[in-house]
Design a protein around this ligand. Sequence first.
Ligand code: DOR
Ligand code: ZN
Length: 440
Amino acid sequence: MPAHYDLLIRGGTCVLPWGEFAIDVGVRDGRIAALGAAGATADRVLDAAGLHVLPGLIDPHVHLRDPGDPAIETIPTGTKAAVLGGLAAVFDMPNTSPSITGADRLAWKQDYVEQHAWCDMGLYVGAAKSNIPELAELELGRGVCGVKVFAGSSTGDLLVEDDASLEAVMRSGRRRVSFHSEDEARLQARRGLFKSGDPYARHMEWRDEECAFLGTRRLMALARKTGRAAHILHVSTAEELEYLGLYRDVATVELLVNHLTQVAPEVYEQLGGLGVMNPPIRGRRHWEAAWAAVRDGTADTVGSDHAPHALAAKRRPWPECPAGLTGVQTLVPVMLGHVAAGRLSLARMVDLMCAGPARVYGAVGKGRLAVGYDADFTLVDLKCQRVIENDWIVSPCGWTPFHGMQVTGWPAATVVRGHVVMQDDEALGSPVGRLVRFRG
Ligand code: DOR
Ligand code: ZN
């Protein structure tokens, strides 16, 4: 009797941790049951001929704004965008309105996610000066991928900026803690140097390289002192990347697709407020350093930092325009475009978007194609040529900083624990998302 599966992914090229193989994948009960399933039958067959079968890609850094303003984004819309863009899981930030800093709001969100999310989700809990003693317990909550600390201020009201409070956060709990690293004192001190209506490119002068470096140097000293591993989100300067290389015992590194794709001053000249994010997109030297960090292994993860704002707000003069760019739907196409351009291999992309997030955050059953792991897959067509357009974006705010970009490589299907949730640009079925499990 040939083996029978719930789902068979047939005829594709699978990207396994140890190489690429033309094998079929059998799925049973939402898990990978066989790698190599020739001759098997299944209730459903997904034709992957001509496609590469990747482990379900993960975006470890999104802001889905829920609770907040549904005209901008919600968990249902943001996770639908995720699966349309080829993501099987996203980890969502806590700087919502109100923010996720306590057990009650976390409980609400855990419940809500499992009814309305299209993909699996990890949830960050926000650190505030008022909840430091609770963090050790909160970080072990269901679906919690870790604590997020804004050590420099950005969108929302979360901020823990002084050394004593940062040290107290690091001593409260033991899992990896993720940081927005910009030096708050320098940010505030320099704010008065600029005025309303200045060119958008002044954003990177205000939040300059020194601001980022000071923040990261301070956090690394505290990480060594406390022995607590720190994940530095959206590292944006050559200087920080070099410095973090000396701290790999306590440091992991996230890069953003924007910092790998867009450079200043062009981005501000072309996009105005639609190029404004924290930390800023900077000059070519930093873009080159980010790619060097992809090549030499300094980078552990790549995320989108999907941070939607209303288009009208983004069109305000600087600095009244809020910082943050959409990206959850475009992360995979843009990264595949970089693969096609030869900037990184498909294997390294999978390392950064699957194994990397699983390793850094301790996700259980995610991040690789292996028997017993969750049946999460992203099927990609490496040859497909497409232009990214605002029309394609399903986030209610309706815009992308990559509008008009031509890419080679496109997600053809997304599978979440055996459910085919996207095929050929259509979201299928209904939301099946669950909370990701993390090691305690
Ligand atoms: O540009 C940003 N936008 N950086 C952040 O740190 C927050 C984010 C947002 O939530 O808008
Ligand atoms: Zn962010």
